[in-house]
Design a protein around this ligand. Structure first.
Ligand code: G1P
Length: 281
């Protein structure tokens, strides 16, 4: 099992914040969002990971690459804890960085990883979305993928006003929280939404999805949509959706970004620092 993390978008919802700063590098508690996402894949047992970036997003690659100068400074200063932390990031996984030359949508970004994936199965984790829970969302999906020997992705309940932000699924319940997918619509108007279950941004596929991606034409927002390829795949292969009950934060929205910082810090050593700061406000 491999993982592909698309992180190439322009982050237009968050401008001007994301003009030079990739949204995947926005800090959540004490590390950038993308590190939370890579750690989720690693915790799910995946170590071969491709990150799809744009040539305007080199900060992501720099974050995971060794930085000799910094390591030397830390070594000299005897800052062993900091050094350990920095080296841990360098060695976190076998990371490959693939540049998506043109911004043609999520489906196109995934297609850029075709050679990297080869004939393996692979998880997709959107690079601007943090999921927590035990087991984490990707781990849960990987387990179900092997159990059912079928493609699967996670969903959550959304409100009618939110359908235009999500891929929305229609299916038949076949197990607790699990549906056999019959139809999918990317970013429907509330009236056209087949249900109120929205795709979260965590998936596990066989490499067959690439054949469907290649046949997919421009869809919602004039982009090549992964959801459209999944819809075609569901016509010929088993595709399941799974309601993930853990927490999900879309760091592309101000509300979730702030919330993630507050809620995720509770479990970290930073909670005390944060509480101290909040008390002074
Ligand atoms: C993408 C997917 C969509 C999914 C959403 C979750 O859309 O295309 O199906 O529901 O992520 O955040 P985006 O947010 O990139 O527009």
């Amino acid at each position: 099992m491999k993982a592909v993390i698309p992180a190439a978008g322009f982050g237009t919802r968050f401008l001007p914040l994301t003009k030079a700063q990739p949204k995947e590098m926005l800090p959540v508690v004490n590390k950038p969002t993308i590190q939370w996402v890579v750690e989720e894949a690693v915790d799910a047992g995946i170590t071969d990971i491709a990150i799809i970036t744009g040539d305007h997003k080199q900060a992501i690659e720099h974050h995971f690459k060794p930085m000799e100068k910094l390591e030397k400074v830390l070594e000299k200063a005897g800052k062993t804890e900091e050094l350990k932390e920095i080296r841990k990031i360098n060695e976190i996984a076998n990371l490959e960085f693939i540049v998506q030359e043109e911004q043609k949508g999520l489906g196109h970004a995934i297609l850029c990883a075709e050679d990297f994936v080869g004939n393996d199965s692979f998880a997709v984790l959107l690079g601007d979305t943090i999921c927590t829970g035990n087991p984490n969302c990707t781990k849960g999906l990987v387990n179900l993928f092997y159990e059912n020997e079928a493609n699967i992705f996670s969903v959550e309940e959304i409100s009618l006003e939110e359908t235009k932000r999500y891929g929305v699924v229609l299916g038949k319940e076949v197990g607790k929280g699990i549906m056999l997918v019959k139809d999918l619509v990317e970013k429907p108007e509330p009236n056209d939404a087949p249900s109120l279950l929205g795709i979260q941004g965590r998936y596990v596929f066989t490499s067959d999805i690439f054949e469907y991606l290649k046949l997919t034409r421009d869809g919602a927002d004039g982009e090549i949509q992964l959801t459209d390829a999944m819809k075609s795949l569901a016509n010929t292969q088993l595709l399941y959706s799974w309601i993930f009950n853990g927490k999900r934060y879309d760091i592309g929205t101000m509300k979730d970004w702030f919330q993630s910082h507050l809620e995720l810090s509770i479990e970290s050593e930073f909670s005390l620092v944060l509480k101290g700061v909040m008390n002074k406000l």
